[in-house]
Design a binder for this molecule. Structure first.
Ligand SMILES: [Zn+2]
Length: 128
């Protein structure tokens, strides 16, 4: 009798452990690591993704010059975030924003440019 009880207890503990680890993997894990997923900076021009830069593999500060029919933007990507350091647009609004986290974006309306941080890369290829 005591033997059976012991086995049931073992099974119960095992079930709790399995449930616990499943709970950890499915529920807790994505919450804790949501912000540390590889972040990708996207340059979107005229509704098309022109380039992507992985923030994870970023070793040093990068400066990217984007040309359009309307003008240009010079984008700085560093560990402090993403910003526009120089632009030809008349309003210069894009130079007032700095983005650091996923789902934030900088928009330059005159140059039809959107600079966006994506939380996770959906595209396998990274175009440099
Ligand atoms: Zn602008």
């Amino acid at each position: 009798m005591s033997k059976i009880k012991f086995t049931l207890g073992d099974k119960l503990i095992f079930a709790i452990l399995v449930a616990g680890s499943l709970f950890w993997i499915i529920v807790i894990n994505p919450i804790i690591f949501a912000d540390t997923e590889p972040q990708v900076v996207q340059l979107i021009q005229g509704g098309e993704v022109k380039a992507e830069y992985s923030l994870e593999t970023l070793m040093r500060e990068e400066q990217i010059r984007v040309e359009s029919e309307a003008g240009y933007n010079v984008i700085k990507i560093s560990e402090e975030g993403v910003s526009v350091i120089s632009a030809s647009c008349p309003d210069q609004l894009c130079m007032t924003t700095r983005i650091t986290h996923a789902n934030q974006s900088i928009v330059c309306l005159p140059n039809k440019l959107i600079i966006k941080i994506k939380g996770k890369a959906e595209v396998d290829e990274i175009v440099y």
